[in-house]
Design a protein. Structure first.
Length: 460
């Protein structure tokens, strides 16, 4: 039976703000020594699955493609996990396929132990036609996770699911952990196509029918399948847990003990950073000097951070926002207040990835904006023009091939280019080294939406 890994990659950039934003969500963040959580998720399944499929939002397609090489199912709007999983399963032509479904933002320490558990779950799904839920053995009372209550082992290491429990309060969590029959609900599950389709037919026939209809009208490109907005809107907003798991009698739990983290907070994220000799967790690229300070999570790239008498704090600086917190439980409330007061901080950072490279905003003032633009080897900016601004480019690294109103020339370091308002222009990097330019924009409106694309090799 052919094995598929379905990765659910969405998010709104809330829980790890200011690092994550709506246009740059948690799974894409290069937090694992420069590697993204999404990339790490895909890599840990190498060798144990035949095909990976990523289900993602239309806003994040190029970000995902920069992280991994895998077929994509693109949703024009979010409709929760049941719709995403149903689309991935129905889209697969193999009638006897096996599926391992995972979020894109978990961190797992012992990959060999994890892969062994996946193989065991696949065996149960194949031989017993069960939907297998991974229950992580809790290492502490935690109020941030739902819990699975399991009975005694029946076969192949699987256990019956006695009950699902919502996130508990502290006292209830302590009771759960003391029982040895309660496990963290990891959001990891495994099943055969036939098993899930049967449960959809039984409990959510409208979701199954809508998945079939949506795939019939979808746009099929190379490695990308795009669902039409009117079809996506017809799906109910249902999670896999509420739509299937809490109704089905065809479930089995698989207790696992590998090191598992749902990176759901900045504190949890900080635990993934390298630990210093004085007990602080520091993101790569951040320099920290301390005096009587420990247990802090610090992410301030390209800065020197001096800490004196500070303990157990989260300190994150992204250039346009600085967060300092010692109370991880209440920080979501503060973050929502900041995002409401400053909507621009919800969506974007001062830098953004593009399929051709990235840009960093150096100065953003009334009437002018200065950017550092880095174009990867082979990268091509879209042929475009602007209604409201003119631009001045200075090449500071590499050789840029620049087209302005159909005239094309190569420009090297220290050479400058003026792009009048309304002129079509494009930059191409035909070399094997990055091209870097400093762009100064002048005009009465400098928003990113003042871009009229004439041609774009990336299909934007």
């Amino acid at each position: 039976m052919r094995r598929y890994h379905v990765v659910l990659c969405g998010g709104h950039g809330k829980r790890l703000w200011p690092l994550s934003r709506e246009n740059y969500p948690k799974p894409i963040l290069p937090v694992l020594n420069g590697k993204s959580l999404l990339g790490d998720t895909v890599d840990r399944h190498a060798g144990i699955v035949d095909q990976t499929v990523v289900v993602t939002n239309h806003q994040h397609v190029h970000l995902v493609q920069d992280c991994v090489s895998a077929p994509l199912i693109v949703e024009p709007m979010a409709r929760n996990t049941l719709a995403a999983i149903a689309l991935a399963v129905v889209a697969t032509s193999d009638s006897d396929a096996l599926f391992m479904v995972t979020p894109s933002d978990h961190c797992i320490g012992d990959v060999e132990q994890y892969q062994s558990a996946v193989n065991q779950a696949m065996l149960i799904a194949e031989t017993e036609s069960k939907i297998v839920l991974f229950g992580v053995t809790p290492t502490r009372p935690d109020t941030g996770f739902g819990y699975l209550e399991m009975g005694a082992e029946v076969s192949l290491g699987g256990c019956p699911i006695v009950a699902f429990h919502e996130k508990p309060d502290a006292q209830t969590a302590e009771h759960y952990v003391a029982q040895n029959t309660f496990f963290w609900n990891s959001g990891l599950f495994c099943f055969s196509k036939q098993s899930l389709v049967a449960e959809l037919e039984r409990y959510q026939p409208a979701v199954l029918a809508q998945a079939i209809a949506a795939l019939e009208s979808a746009d099929y490109g190379e490695q990308v399948l795009v669902i039409q907005p009117n079809c996506m809107a017809q799906f109910p907003d249902l999670s896999m847990d509420y739509g299937i798991m809490e109704h089905s009698a065809n479930l089995v739990g698989l207790p696992v003990a590998f090191d598992w983290q749902d990176v759901g907070s900045l504190r949890a994220l900080g635990g993934l950073f390298p630990q210093t000799d004085d007990g602080n967790f520091v993101q790569s690229g951040t320099t920290v000097m301390t005096q009587n300070s420990s247990g802090n999570c610090v992410a301030c790239p390209d800065k020197v951070v001096a800490l004196n008498g500070i303990h157990d704090a989260v300190i994150v600086d992204t250039g346009d926002a600085l967060l300092i917190s010692q109370d991880s439980d209440s920080v979501p409330t503060l973050i929502e207040s900041v995002r409401a007061a400053y909507p621009q901080l919800k969506q974007t950072t001062r830098w953004e990835q593009r399929p051709w490279g990235r840009f960093d905003v150096l100065v953003d003032a009334d009437g002018y904006k200065v950017k550092k633009i880095t174009v990867n080897p082979g990268g091509i900016l879209s042929l475009q023009y602007h209604h409201h601004r003119e631009e001045h480019w200075v090449v500071v690294a590499g050789v840029a091939t620049i087209e302005i109103d159909k005239a094309c020339h190569d420009y090297g370091v220290s050479q400058t280019v003026f792009i009048p308002k309304g002129s079509t222009h494009r930059l191409t990097n035909k070399t094997d080294k990055p091209v870097v330019i400093i762009e100064t924009q002048l005009g009465n409106y400098l928003g990113e939406d003042d871009i009229v694309r004439v041609e774009d090799v990336y299909g934007r």
